[in-house]
Write a new protein. Structure first.
Length: 399
């Protein structure tokens, strides 16, 4: 992998900023073609497909942020001289070629590629057919920025493959692949994991839980639930399941109040058997699979649990390992919950909507990893490198 000078990489990104702004209207026009052809029945997918002037501003801001960040390549992790005299230096290094497979969101063509490029990786982009016109013009913008600075278009490429062709490419890639990042729903992730012949970094699946302890501040609780559920239903950090301690004061009154607030916001409510005794007009959870489902819709489960231990157990049993929150005024309960819940991000008295690179101080992100290797949580610029050992000797041999 050829290492590109940091200055050149930043010049490409500055060119990209200028090009995105200049081509703003054309980008939006091409996106309209995708929107007109899209089946609007899937509201979450449609929302992710939209590119307007604000979205272009977001793309430009993402490129600016990455341009201003320190180059993650060639950073010294450790440097030691052994008793043998060998000098062993461990440095950050590019992965090589990263394939990013994603659905609907054209902004990924910018935000994911800019991170991978600044980390000196070649990028292959496989967007969904629903965003083809948007992705094509964004690819042209990348190619113009690269060529303006003396680099080939090979650094960032859009793959034009049908489902069967993608499947074959994953099994027998026509060029070396070092990492695949699927960004999308459970079906996409399973498809990639079933067929890939290289490392796959799982990201994007939510099914996030919130536990309401008996000492929770109810005003805070309602505020957090409403934000986490309704702020952006298409996001992987949106809330799906609420577990309520049966011991909260005025339990029935508060559950009915929560139902009323959510119903007014057009949220469909599913309930378990216990909460169903209070909310007799609410729909029951249809089957056990619902507990593992990521809704990406104005839908939520309200269920009762005996105590904190049962809440933790249920979350670890069914959640996607993405984000989980506890509402409590007890630091001890919060500490236990946050230590024992097995999710990439755990929250005390805060909305799960903060699981985002920009919101968590990481900057622009490639994805939210729910894997434990090689990194968990927001995949920012610093996480898009691997490492490499440089060993210096003077005719050393091992005896």
């Amino acid at each position: 992998m050829k290492l590109i000078n940091t200055e050149i990489k930043n010049k490409v990104l500055q060119s990209m900023i200028n090009i995105l702004d200049k081509e703003r209207e054309q980008i939006i026009e091409e996106n309209k073609k995708d929107l007109e052809a899209f089946d609007k029945d899937d509201q979450a997918l449609y929302d992710r497909l939209v590119v307007n002037s604000s979205k272009v501003d977001g793309m430009i801001q993402a490129v600016k942020e990455v341009m201003q960040q320190e180059d993650p390549v060639g950073q010294t992790i450790s440097d030691i001289t052994l008793d043998s005299g060998l000098q062993v230096t461990n440095k950050t290094a590019p992965f090589g070629t990263i394939l990013i497979i994603y659905e609907s969101r054209p902004d990924v063509t910018i935000e994911a590629a800019v991170l991978a490029f600044k980390a000196n990786n070649k990028i292959l982009l496989k967007g969904g057919k629903e965003a083809i016109n948007s992705n094509l013009i964004l690819e042209k913008c990348w190619h113009k920025a690269l060529e303006e600075n003396g680099l080939t278009k090979d650094w960032i490429r859009l793959l034009h493959l049908k489902r069967e062709e993608t499947q074959e490419f994953l099994r027998n890639p026509s060029e070396p692949l070092d990492l695949i990042v699927p960004r999308g729903g459970e079906r996409l992730i399973k498809f990639v994991k079933d067929h890939a012949s290289c490392a796959v970094l799982v990201s994007g699946r939510g099914n996030n839980f919130l536990y309401v302890a008996e000492d929770a501040n109810w005003e805070k609780t309602v505020q957090v639930i409403v934000n986490a559920k309704t702020d952006k239903i298409s996001a992987c950090n949106a809330l799906d399941k609420v577990l309520i301690s049966k011991n909260i004061p005025n339990y029935e009154t508060k559950v009915k109040e929560l139902q009323q607030i959510l119903t007014n916001l057009k949220v469909d409510i599913l309930v378990d058997g216990q909460v169903g005794k209070i909310l007799t007009d609410a729909s029951k959870i249809p089957n056990q699979d619902t507990w593992s489902e990521e809704f990406l819709a104005l839908k939520i489960v309200l269920a009762e649990v005996e105590n904190l231990d049962e809440g933790i157990h249920k979350i670890n049993q069914y959640s996607g390992g993405h984000s989980a929150a506890i509402l409590t005024e007890s630091k001890e309960k919060a500490a236990k919950f946050m230590e024992q819940v097995d999710s990439a991000a755990v929250y005390h008295n805060a909305s799960t909507r903060f699981t985002d690179g920009g919101q968590m101080g990481v900057g622009a992100e490639l994805a939210i990893s729910t894997d434990k290797l090689h990194h968990r949580g927001p995949l920012g610029l610093k996480q898009l490198v691997t490492n490499k050992y440089y060993v210096f000797g003077d005719g050393h041999i091992r005896k």
